[in-house]
Ligand binder design. Structure first.
Ligand code: ZN
Ligand code: ZN
Length: 322
């Protein structure tokens, strides 16, 4: 039984990464079982490091994060190696004694099998957002957009917001050289994207810190498309002042730009009384199209970054998210 003996007590089977270098992972938390992928070799270096589920934050060793398909693959590879070794060992015992002597009796033993044990191959799934963690450089990919880094556990909300704001800036720059009508449209879209990026960020933070919200409030229903409303809601929810970290001028400027987005989204960009009352914009004329400058949209990124990092810092002071 040489072949079997050589296998030893344990079989080591490497996990094959997909064509992009990613290895699938599955959260062992039965309420989650979320699927994601990471590129081993990026991020933290060292052995025995824990893995954080990007969706629910559950933390355990990497051996607990194997996908069901990987477990089936490992089982089948292990079984194949054992059955192959057993087969080879039995093969060595084959004999064939030809009939001889007066009685003419011969004996033989031939070992046959239908074929090797099949391997359960698998393909990793396609995911939606690829992230390189800004803190530990791990490359990972997830469904949706927001996630905890599987290596260092840092949430990517600020990183995703920054990426979206960079994209807005590129959009505005690209539009600089095109004809006016199209340029105005792209600038409007860029403003809408800016506001949507902050809205997505704010909503995600409200979801993450929902357990820190005061009772009777509804953190999942807060919209961040109107800064004054969001500020009032955040004060009621968490006692956190959204405007605390920005200058009065930046707050006013950002509030006005957000109101312009409202006109673009709901009034085809035509100035109404509500806009004039809320912003006191002396440059706007009732019934005329609102002016949105490329520079204005680019400038908006700065206060948005400050508002976002301030909001995150204030919520973190309330305690760990759950
Ligand atoms: Zn999970
Ligand atoms: Zn990280």
């Amino acid at each position: 039984m040489d072949h079997l003996r050589r296998l030893g007590n344990s079989i080591s089977i490497p996990i094959p990464p997909d064509e992009n270098g990613f290895t699938g992972r599955e959260c062992p938390n039965s309420d989650c079982e979320g699927y994601f992928k990471i590129e081993f070799g990026t991020g933290f270096k060292g052995k025995g490091l824990p893995c954080h589920c990007p969706y629910c934050g559950h933390t355990a060793g990497h051996d607990r994060f194997m996908t069901k398909a990987q477990v089936e693959y490992f089982k089948s590879v292990a079984l194949r190696r054992v059955t192959d070794a057993f087969y080879e060992d039995l093969k060595k015992l084959e004999f064939d004694h030809r009939p001889s002597g007066g009685l003419g009796i011969g004996m033989s033993m031939k070992v046959k099998r239908d074929g090797p044990t099949p391997i359960h191959y698998y393909r990793e799934k396609r995911l939606e957002t690829e992230v390189v963690c800004s803190s530990c450089t791990l490359r990972y990919s997830v469904y949706g957009v927001f996630a905890f880094c599987p290596d260092c556990g840092q949430h990517n909300s600020l990183q995703i917001l920054a990426k979206n704001l960079d994209m807005v800036e590129k959009m505005v720059d690209l539009a600089a050289g095109i004809e006016r009508e199209l340029r105005d449209k792209v600038t409007e879209n860029a403003l809408e994207n800016c506001v949507s990026a902050f809205d997505g960020f704010g909503r995600e933070l409200c979801r993450l810190y929902a357990r820190k919200a005061r009772s009777g409030t509804k953190p999942e229903e807060v919209s961040f498309q109107n800064l004054d409303v969001a500020r009032t809601r955040l004060l009621a929810l968490f006692g956190v002042d959204l405007s605390a970290k920005v200058s009065v001028d930046d707050w006013r400027g950002a509030t006005k730009s957000f109101q312009k987005r409202h006109l673009v989204a709901h009034k085809l960009g035509v100035v109404d009384r509500s806009y004039l009352a809320k912003t006191g914009d002396s440059g706007a004329v009732l019934g005329r199209k609102i002016l949105i400058g490329a520079d204005e949209v680019k400038r908006l990124a700065k206060p948005i970054r400050t508002l976002a990092s301030g909001m995150l810092a204030n919520l973190q002071e309330l305690g760990e998210s759950e």
